[in-house]
Design a binder for this molecule. Structure first.
Ligand code: NOJ
Length: 759
């Protein structure tokens, strides 16, 4: 009997020990993680730092083609995360292996590049930034989070916050444009939309602030290129959107590919630890960009993957995306005492914390419900948000003789161009799981909105590219087929108005799509000219992912409508603007050049010692001698079918001191015939400071709806925050003195006032 009792006790104890730890029992985050980490072996800890990509969808060059049994690795707890595995079923299956078959059952975190929509595609970032509507952007991010989370994903590699000033750089399409303040506002809205009020909400996903940092400053606009960024520019221009993300509680960061002054970001301790953690208090984890740890070798900063591992971990990169460096070398480095187990623990803890906050230890399958996936993806209400964003993202650049909106007298409308009936290009280049050809084309949108389809005629005219492409192929633009010109000219001749959809293919933009030529490529200008010979009423609808040099058609086109890549409901949104159902309200988040030679081009430049003097004949001034130096269309610019005027700028006092504020007010009037929305922009200049300051910097903006004939006073509160800039000693503060405050419709059309700040 005694033996039986002992046997039962031993069996019971054995059962108890073989059970997975109950991850949900410890009720504090720190307690739970500490408890779990105590049970982890060094190999299991390293596993948490390893992220693999599914081979089916590589979003970077293959790092190793060695056959690895992913299933075995997961079973052994050697992988903590996957990229490019999505879908409720697939993530469920893989998660089940991790949870059921690995010793400690630690759930995987699934990440994916969901930049502007998962299946319901929102406008690309450069487009939605043109709406200057952070509430709507947040709404769009919420919808994106719902679809992403319902597809088994916990984490998106968004938002992309690289302040971008060079149109040659293909990834400018993923950015919010050239301005740090506008990008920061959008950064906050996007993180809040993606992450919701709590990460544990199953309709939210963890966001990732990328690419930290300076990636868009790639020299000559060549992707991945080196950067030379002064500390002042880094602090005042590059970093603010990232700081805004930390303040909004972003869960993760991604270290960028590029180097800054010779130090690649994945080895940059000053940035990843000094700034991000010590100064800003970021408590999530940092993932490398795709093999950016392994690429430290090619940068010429380490000689092998082992040294790369040391450099990246010591700098503060917690997770190795598809680089296979941590996986291969960390164990030896710890055994050799080169990397301490405490350093490893720090990274593990950060990753487990985010998994905990996502609720994955409570229920590892909470994101992987097939039923929920069916219910949530591509719903009408999701598409409606995309459509509203699309409408508000459109920027009217030109509208001579008020040719737009289309009129009842426009009895015949010719819809022409390589992009006029394209159902794929409007989806953009980072389109997650969008179905091929799933966008509403402009031609479809016009038919739907105009109804009387006898009014409309379509001809493609020419093609933009001469092969079918996907995001991994290089585009060929040797199109020489003019056989469609005749039909285009024939319908143009009979039309009252021609709507000509031209621009660039979505895969001419995006990662690794740098271009030296940013004009309208292929046969597009020739097609324009042929049409212009027979009809001068041309409305150009641009679809593109960068500010193009459109000078070849700018003077001749009567109207130009910038639509970027607007996503799933592109055609409806454009048709609403063309017909006047929606009064265009978008404003450029980036300057439009006159020539590629102006790049990088941005409004917040410094005055120099010899600023340009318009009208002066002196050659000794900072400008081009063969072209104007100004942009073709400036930052903040955009027309409406209404006309807005600005008057009566006033301040409630002339000066203010630290801790106080000053209120500025301006009267804005809608002098036009249509109700409309105006984006009132406030810029500041500090004309005498310890370092030369940009001649204007956007510091605030407000959107106001004004009925035809209506006026409103728009008020702005200015504090030290708006006047300050970064100082090597002392951080961000404002210097005493006078400041010029400029308010108006864009970065060029401004009325100004002077205020004084006493420190
Ligand atoms: C490289 C890109 O730079 C980054 O933005 C993306 O998240 C990763 N590839 C993963 O696809």
């Amino acid at each position: 009997m005694r033996n039986l009792i002992i046997l039962i006790f031993v069996v019971y104890l054995g059962l108890l020990l073989s059970c997975k730890p109950d991850h949900a029992t410890k009720n504090t985050e720190a307690g739970f993680i500490a408890d779990l980490m105590e049970q982890m072996t060094v190999e299991e800890k390293i596993g948490q730092l390893v992220q693999y990509s599914s081979k089916e969808a590589l979003t970077g060059p293959e790092v190793s083609n060695k056959a690895v049994s992913i299933v075995n690795e997961v079973k052994q707890g050697k992988v903590g995360s996957f990229i490019n595995v999505d879908g409720a079923q697939k993530t469920y299956d893989l998660q089940k292996i991790a949870v059921d078959s690995s010793r400690l059952g630690i759930p995987l975190i699934f990440g994916y590049d969901v930049l502007h929509g998962y299946k319901t595609i929102m406008p690309v970032a450069l487009a939605s930034a043109s709406s200057w509507n952070e509430k709507l952007i947040k709404e769009g991010a919420k919808v994106t989070a719902r679809e992403t989370a319902s597809s088994g994903l916990h984490w998106t590699f968004a938002p992309m916050l690289d302040v971008s000033r060079d149109a040659r750089w293909g990834r400018i399409v993923e950015s919010c444009g050239e301005d740090p303040y506008l990008t920061s506002v959008i950064a906050k809205a996007t993180v809040e939309g993606l992450q919701g009020t709590t990460l544990s909400d199953t309709f939210s996903v963890a966001a990732c602030a990328k690419h930290f940092a300076g990636y868009a400053f790639a020299e000559s606009g060549i992707d991945y290129n080196t950067t030379e960024i002064t500390e002042q520019t880094l602090r005042d221009v590059v970093l603010p959107p990232f700081k805004a993300c930390v303040d909004a509680g972003v869960a993760t960061f991604m270290s960028a590919f590029n180097d800054i002054g010779g130090i690649p970001c994945s080895k940059n301790k000053e940035l990843l630890t000094g700034v991000l953690r010590d100064e800003w208090g970021f408590d999530g984890f940092v993932v490398s960009d795709w093999n950016s740890i392994g690429e430290l070798i090619k940068h010429g900063i380490v000689s092998n993957r082992k040294e790369a591992t040391i450099a990246a971990l010591e700098a503060g990169v917690d997770m190795d995306m598809e680089g296979r460096c941590y996986k291969k070398h960390l164990k030896d480095l710890i055994a050799e005492g080169i990397i301490s187990e405490e350093a490893l623990n720090t990274s593990v803890e950060r990753i487990l914390k985010i998994k905990y906050r996502l609720g994955l230890f409570e229920d590892p399958y909470r994101y992987s419900s097939i039923q929920r996936e069916k219910n949530e993806i591509y719903k009408d209400e999701n598409l409606e948000v995309s459509e509203q964003m699309a409408r508000e993202s459109i920027v009217l650049l030109k509208n001579d003789e008020s040719i737009l909106p289309l009129k009842a007298e426009d009895k015949k409308i010719a819809v022409i161009g390589p992009l006029a009936n394209d159902k794929d290009v409007p989806l953009g280049s980072w389109r997650a799981r969008a179905e091929y050809n799933s966008a509403v084309s402009l031609w479809e949108g016009l038919q739907n909105r105009i109804g009387d389809t006898k009014k409309l005629q379509f001809a493609k005219g020419c093609s933009l590219v001469d092969e079918v492409v996907n995001y991994q192929s290089i585009l060929n633009i040797e199109e020489e087929d003019r056989s469609g010109f005749a039909e285009a000219v024939r319908i143009a001749k009979k039309a009252d108005v021609v709507i000509l959809a031209i621009g660039e293919h979505c895969y001419q933009t995006g990662e690794a799509r740098s271009q030296t030529d940013i004009t309208l490529k292929g046969l597009q200008i020739e097609l324009f000219e042929e049409i212009y010979k027979v009809n001068k009423n041309i409305v150009v609808v641009l679809m593109n992912g960068r500010p193009l040099d459109i000078t070849a058609i700018n003077d001749k086109a009567k109207a130009i409508v910038e639509t970027w890549f607007l996503g799933s409901r592109s055609g409806y949104a454009i048709a609403d603007v063309l017909t006047g159902a929606y009064n265009p309200s978008g404003r450029l988040p980036i300057s439009f050049p006159r020539h590629v030679g102006q790049q990088p081009l941005y409004y917040a430049k410094k005055n120099t010692g010899r600023p340009e003097k318009l009208g002066s004949k002196s050659i000794y001034q900072a400008n081009y001698k063969d072209n104007e130096s100004s942009p073709l269309y400036p930052f903040g610019y955009g027309l409406s079918y209404s006309k807005f005027s600005y008057s009566d700028i006033t301040a409630n006092k002339e000066s203010f001191s630290k801790g106080e504020s000053i209120q500025l007010s301006i009267k804005v009037t809608n002098d036009g015939k249509y109700d409309g929305k105006e984006t009132v922009q406030l810029y500041i200049y500090d004309p005498v400071a310890s370092v030369a300051r940009p001649v204007k910097e956007l510091k605030k903006f407000k959107q106001v709806h004004l009925r035809a004939g209506e006026s409103k006073n728009v008020e702005f509160l200015i504090t030290e925050d708006e006047l300050g800039f970064w100082h090597k000693h002392g951080g961000i503060y404002a210097e005493e003195g006078e400041f010029e405050i400029m308010i108006g419709a864009n970065s060029q059309d401004l009325v100004s006032d002077t205020i004084r700040y006493n420190n």
